[in-house]
Ligand binder design. Structure first.
Ligand SMILES: [Cu+2]
Length: 344
């Protein structure tokens, strides 16, 4: 259809008027600034005018360094019992009242094990006795439920530990070999997980694994407006952190990543590595890899061990190939440097 110049002008003018009425109408403007009242998971009444909770807090009480967390393993206080078994003692303290600025301007009530989300990465060798003094300094009941093998009474489900100083000792033999999550198991479970009460438990084989540059990545998400959908995603809590602070690794050096998916609400998450493929050991229970791939999909608490080496230096992305998640923070970069020792 060919319109005369004056008809075209008339159409444009009419459209502009209609759009102007829509966008400038008091109702539309009000909708943009309308403050809605939400009840949070924990019962608090919060006002917000947008998709992200308004920063009603201005001070972060929790400092979390994803670089430090990445390669930090807690081996516990070591002793030997009368049978000659290694005992590893840990203390884990739960709290549920701290505020963390998880992304610039986004303050979130984190529930923590030993002050951070995720909690400490607990590491033992198969057959060691793991003994955890659990202290609940929160205001709500919490527990620690370890994945892995242990007696029923050590499962952290039917023995809720009261807040304000409640105590429980978890004691069990470390096993099976692999990478396992631990998390609070008090109902409503999603509330206790989404706020951050989780961490990683690594059980090493007695014969050890090949020497490698080892790291831990917990894939997590944050629902900052309490609609049971995540607004932010990350590897190790801070969205986009490893994109802005690339993880430095070397060429021709074995990299081993213990990956655990703790994203709540979304049925799947995944991990895609650029410029390379990795050997993948589901749950890390087998010493022979099951896959050689560049992309692995996880449901919640699914986890595994990845191993790879880069031949060529440079910057390589790793991210969720579920693009929504990577665009909301679950993306990072490996900066591969020439190995100072040459070919290892
Ligand atoms: Cu809990």
């Amino acid at each position: 259809m060919i319109l005369s110049r004056s008809t075209s002008m008339l159409v444009i003018l009419s459209l502009s008027l209609i759009m102007g009425v829509i966008f400038l109408s008091p109702n539309f403007l009000e909708a943009q600034t309308e403050r809605k009242v939400f009840q949070t998971h924990s019962g608090a009444i919060i006002e917000t005018s947008g998709q992200i909770l308004d920063p009603i807090y201005s001070v972060s009480e929790v400092e979390f360094d994803p670089d430090e967390f990445l390669r930090n393993f807690e081996y516990g206080k070591i002793s030997v019992n009368s049978e000659g078994k290694t005992i590893r003692d840990y203390t884990i303290i739960a709290e549920d009242n701290k505020i963390q600025e998880i992304s610039p301007g986004i303050f979130y009530n984190v529930w923590t094990f030993n002050g951070t989300v995720p909690g400490p990465t607990i590491r033992a060798t198969e057959g060691d006795i793991v003994r955890i003094q659990f202290i609940n300094n929160g205001s709500k009941e919490h527990t620690i439920h370890f994945h892995g093998t242990h007696p029923a009474g050590m499962d952290g489900v039917f023995e809720p530990v009261g807040g304000n100083g409640g105590k429980f000792v978890y004691e069990f033999e470390a096993g099976p070999v692999g990478v396992h999550p631990y998390h609070c198991h008090v109902m409503p479970l999603e509330e206790h997980i989404i706020h951050g009460l989780y961490g990683v438990f690594i059980v090493d084989p007695k014969e050890g694994r090949e020497k490698a540059d080892e790291m831990v990545m917990v894939l997590n998400g944050f629902d900052t407006d309490f609609d049971t959908e995540n607004n932010l995603y990350a590897a190790n809590t801070i969205p986009f952190y490893y994109q802005h602070h690339p993880i430095q690794i070397n060429t021709n050096e074995l990299i081993r990543i213990y990956v655990v998916n703790m994203v709540e609400f979304d049925p799947i998450n995944n991990f895609h590595l650029h410029g390379n493929l990795f050997k993948y050991y589901p749950t890390g229970t087998d010493l022979v890899p099951s896959f050689f791939t560049d992309m692995i999909t996880f449901s919640q608490t699914e986890r595994g061990i990845m191993e790879f080496e880069y031949d060529f230096p440079g910057k390589y992305l790793f991210h969720a190939h579920k693009v929504e998640f990577s665009e909301k923070g679950w993306v990072g970069v490996f900066l591969v440097n020439d190995n100072p020792n040459g070919e290892e």
